[in-house]
Design a protein around this ligand. Structure first.
Ligand code: TXA
Ligand code: MG
Length: 317
């Protein structure tokens, strides 16, 4: 920990990539842009760095980390017994917002997986992250760069606001294009199962994998997935449509409660992109209650409903 906030540096400069590599090799943590959300990154081979992630995030070690790789070609080093359909998915969707859980190789240390024999892997679709990864000859483990249970960061400034005193620097890669965490797919069981909804949809996965996705809400989904999550300081309540949201907001305001409506249902990509920034803005503006409209549909809409429902399940007010 330091008294100074981490510096935000331009991720497009070679000098910034070199500085990042130096920090990572010294077991330090950096903020890294991806297309989904910013990650809190350490070298996969740095056990002290990996341990630091759990300390800084205040995250239980039973919540394993995602390993980010430079490209599909790296997969064989880090995972074993990879089913053909999983390779097909990686080849098709990477770089992109799909995380695949596989049997881990012995390159993956226990600290990354919380002792499990499986590892979550993805190749992020962001030029800054890819440039950094391509120069490492290693992987980067990175959870979202926020404190445990809080709202994920979608800009370099969000990372500094949350973790500024605990990290070396943040590579600025602009506002995240997707804005919501990756789809997580368990490929270690007889049937593939989505553990977390994201931009890549069940239909897209089924089409490439040529397999049905298991819809059950089983044990695998529960593992590491908490009900209370993605929570801002303000209270989040959900509404089924815009009219209901406005009515609720007026009721709250009439009762003297500062309330705001969150509703980008007419543009689902924008809703995903802005969701976390809007929740942070509500906190900054001392909004007590955000009334968020649940978007209809699958894909990103489903992922947004998932995050909003979890934010609303928080007992914070
Ligand atoms: O888009 C993303 O996935 C972002 C960016 C930074 O890549 N990362 C991210 O990481 O959302 P995090 O740590 O906030 O969420 C990873 C989730 C956790 O819920 C964790 O429990 C689950 O992935 N996970 C990781 N490894 C796993 C494994 N071997 N088995 C089951 N779940 C796993
Ligand atoms: Mg997270």
């Amino acid at each position: 920990m330091s008294n100074h906030d981490a510096e935000i540096i331009d991720g497009n400069l070679d000098s910034s990539i070199l500085r990042s590599i130096e920090c990572l090799k010294n077991d330090q943590l950096i903020g890294m842009p991806t297309e989904t959300v910013y990650g809190l990154a350490a070298l996969a081979s740095s056990t002290p760095g990996v341990k630091k992630i759990f300390e800084v995030k205040q995250r239980p070690t039973s919540h394993p980390l995602i390993l980010h790789l430079a490209g599909f070609e790296e997969l064989d080093k880090w995972a074993i017994e990879i089913p053909k359909y999983a390779k097909d998915l990686g080849k098709h969707f990477w770089p992109g917002p799909l995380t695949i859980i596989l049997q881990r190789s012995n390159l993956v240390c226990d600290e990354i997986t919380g002792g499990r024999n499986t590892v979550a892997i993805r190749v992020p679709n962001h030029s800054v992250a890819l440039r950094l990864l391509s120069k490492l000859n290693d992987g980067l483990v990175a959870p979202s760069a926020n404190r445990f249970g809080k709202v994920s960061p979608t800009s370099a400034h969000h990372v500094v606001a949350d973790l500024g005193s605990d990290i070396a620097l943040v590579l600025d890669g602009g506002h995240c294009a997707v804005g919501i965490e990756s789809t997580i797919l368990d490929c270690t069981r007889a049937q593939i199962q989505i553990l977390r909804a994201g931009a890549i949809t069940k239909n897209e996965i089924e089409e490439i994998a040529k397999l049905n996705v298991d819809e059950s809400d089983g044990e695998a989904r529960a593992s590491g997935m908490l009900e209370k999550h993605y929570a801002p300081n303000c209270k989040v309540v959900v509404a089924e449509n815009s009219a209901q949201a406005v009515t609720r907001q007026i009721e709250l305001e009439n009762a003297g409660v500062r309330a705001a409506v969150l509703d980008f249902c007419d543009n689902i990509n924008l809703y995903a992109k802005q969701l976390y920034a809007e929740l942070r803005l509500a906190d900054a503006n001392d909004i007590a209650v955000v009334v968020a409209v649940l978007p209809a549909g699958n894909g990103l809409a489903e992922a947004i409903r998932d995050r909003l429902t979890k934010a609303a399940a928080s007992d914070q007010s």
